[in-house]
Design a protein. Sequence first.
Length: 362
Amino acid sequence: MFKTHYHPPGTAPATLTAPESSDPKSTVIEYIEYDKDTERARRVKQIEDVFHCRENQMVSWINIEGLGDVGLFRKLGEHFKLHPLALEDVFNTSQRPKVEDYQGNLFIVLQMVYADEKTHEICSEQVSLFLSKENVISIQEEATQDVFEPVRQRILAGNPNLRAQGPDYLAYALIDAVVDHFFPLLEDIGEDLEELEDELLTRPGKESLQRLHVIKRTLILLRRAVWPQREMVSALMRDQTGLIKDTTKPYLRDCYDHLVQIMDIIENYREMSASLMDIYLSAISIRTNDIMRVLTVISSIFIPLTFVAGVYGMNFDKDAGPLSMPELKHPYGYVICMTIMGLVAIGQLIFFWRKGWLSKDG
């Protein structure tokens, strides 16, 4: 569900190791540069093709998808003076969302959460950003999941608010795209909780309990991804490096508000899932009580009938004396006995009914 990638214990600092599942040939490099009047977007085959971006006055966005080509990232770090420890954190994809200042570059780690199209499980992917005065470098684990397409389309469509701003605003737009991606997932979880509530009230079962367990586990993982992300955005709002302009900080505050809202929704859903567990346990207890009630009524009816049958099954001899068992040789003894037993059973049912013990609310 949430992937992790660590170096073996004792590995030297700043060691770059590609994840085992990554393919060097699948790495995609996309380059976009723009200003108020012009934009250019293209895919490049070699990282050297984007090294000229510092030579113009345009905002440059380098987006790399895939972590398989370690040599590419070494060249990237050497040219843009990216700190080796930051590059190491790019490959250690279990990083906590954070922001760090590395000699003129802000290194930002995000957790992008999405639903797998095949298994419908909630998965996470680390997104790393490097922000400088001239450009933004975004790095994603895989090329299959991309939440940056809306930002890309806004640039190419000539959005005046985005095109008139600098790299810091672009970094905000990318962060906001990752944050907004939580809302559709939470909406789906809310619908699942509503369906599960109706199911638990009508027909609780093991499948319902399993679904509830999956939802609770998902909410825990979402909280683990969102909580530090809120701290990260708060740190960007208080940035003192000068890379985040004052005109961008109100937008970051709006992004922070979105994260607060997401946290509130997650906490509400966690409380709802806990209450659904109580509903499940109560429903199972009520069902058990109903079953025990039926069994108790049946047992109570057959106790006196068993007594009568047991007494008359003792085979007393009528000729033994006047105090022996009567009606043993009566021609209608069987009918009389069964009638008495039937009347006893009916009398018990009437008694139970008047006491309210046969109703569901009794």
